[in-house]
Design a protein around this ligand. Structure first.
Ligand code: HEM
Length: 392
């Protein structure tokens, strides 16, 4: 038995977090003993086995931060914590917003947002910026705001609340307050839009509910809160980590620049390499089952170490080598099974546009500080970089 360690920087490596092995017992920060699944096959087995629940309010749900969600709340359970039979209909209600066709229609606007931010960056006389605050955060934030119909002018408010919710350092009281404030904000926005539904996700959902003769206000607030949180920290972290990884591998970057058709593969490989949201796929068993040859009893929690699974040599040859041409599409960075990321196609389009445009328009881009000075987020549910000073 060993104490579950904080995630180490993937560049320095940490065998316990990145190398897959048999099902093992680990102890979380709050003392709870849980299983850790780290082989690709074991993680996929957990994420498709109906014996496992996503209910984060279950007292046995493994929470790396040690901070449990409350059940006695006015806040309706989020899609991500629903089990059947509620999960399917709630997911289908918004699935139409994330079709490949709808995202293709969004692409020109995403390109504009990326170009505008690179223009602003290049106008900087010092020829240096923090890529996280000036580019990686605002781009996906603007995209999700426009998609949802949330005023971007309020971004300081909702970004700080999202950060608190995802941070393992926030106290339960701080997390609850952040959750309630986000809920109240979107509650009011949804109510306002009801008098005049706008042409955005929230407005379309209001019209859809009316056409169906329903009015599930709380369901709409709940999915809006989740999309707002899920829609920017994740993609933002992949933008900064992906940029750093490519700048550190000039051979891979040169191959990408020479042939932009390689961007699709590069995005999948970077998603695999970093697996930034591995802690959101944990589960709790609600009946006895078997995973990877071991019996998991009802009430036991399982951490799915997606990062280790995405470095499983049985699935990815030479897994610690970044190779944009390996064809990494079967990674599980977006999870697997019924809860697989709803926004994955949006994230893919954003990352493709970002990497294509950034490296083409800023050919001399470089990291402005030594690797040892970079601050990685290993104290949050989503892995990333606090800042990335770059110059050109
Ligand atoms: C690189 C970016 C992203 C990564 C790595 C990522 C990762 C994940 C993962 C691992 C899950 C599975 C959770 C589970 O199994 O319990 C998930 C679910 C989800 N993601 Fe993402 N995500 C990203 C971007 C986005 C974006 C841009 C959106 C919204 C526009 C989004 C919305 C969601 C939603 C709504 C769910 C819950 C789906 C469900 O429970 O049915 N994600 N994401």
């Amino acid at each position: 038995m060993h104490t579950f360690p904080p995630r180490a920087c993937p560049f320095h490596g940490d065998a316990s977090m990145t190398e897959p092995g048999p099902m093992t017992r680990v102890t979380l920060l709050d003392g709870q003993e849980v299983w850790a699944a780290s082989r690709h096959a074991d993680v996929r087995a957990v994420l498709t086995d109906p014996a496992f629940s996503s209910d984060r309010a279950n007292p046995n749900f493994p929470v790396p931060s040690g901070r449990r969600l409350r059940r006695e709340t006015k806040v309706k359970p989020s899609l991500i914590m629903m089990d059947p039979p509620e999960h399917g209909p709630a997911r289908r209600a918004v699935l139409g917003e994330f079709t490949v066709k709808r995202l293709a229609a969004l692409r020109p606007r995403i390109q504009e947002i990326v170009d505008e931010h690179i223009d602003a960056m290049l106008a900087n006389e010092s020829k240096s910026v923090d890529l996280v605050s000036e580019f990686a955060m605002p781009v996906p934030s603007l995209v999700i705001c426009e998609l949802l119909g949330v005023p971007y002018a309020d971004h300081d408010f909702f970004q700080s609340r999202s950060k608190t919710l995802l941070s393992h350092k926030a106290t339960p009281a701080e997390a609850r307050a952040a959750n309630d404030e986000l809920w109240n904000y979107l509650d009011k926005l949804v109510s306002d839009k009801k008098s005049e539904p706008t042409d955005d996700l929230i407005g379309r959902q209001i019209r859809k509910q009316r056409a169906e003769g329903t009015d599930d206000h709380d369901a709409l607030v709940s999915i809006s809160v989740l999309l707002l949180i899920a829609g920017h920290e994740t993609t933002a972290n992949m933008i900064s980590l992906g940029t750093l990884a490519l700048l550190n591998r000039p051979d891979q970057l040169a191959a990408l620049r020479a042939d932009p058709s390689k961007t699709l593969g590069a995005v999948e490989e970077l998603l695999r390499e970093f697996t930034i949201a591995e802690f959101v796929t944990s589960r709790v068993a609600v009946r006895d089952t078997v995973v990877g040859g071991v019996e998991v009893k009802a009430g036991e929690g399982v951490l799915t170490l997606g990062n280790a699974a995405n470095h499983d040599p049985d699935v990815f040859q030479d897994p610690f080598r970044l190779d944009i041409e390996r064809g990494a599409r079967n990674h599980i960075a977006f999870g697997y099974g019924a809860h697989q990321c709803l926004g994955q196609n949006l994230a893919r389009v954003e990352l493709q546009v970002v990497f294509d445009t950034l490296f083409a328009r800023v050919p001399t881009l470089r990291v402005a500080v030594p690797m040892s000075e970079l601050a990685f987020k290993d104290d949050a549910s989503v892995y990333g970089l606090h800042s990335l000073p770059v110059s050109w």
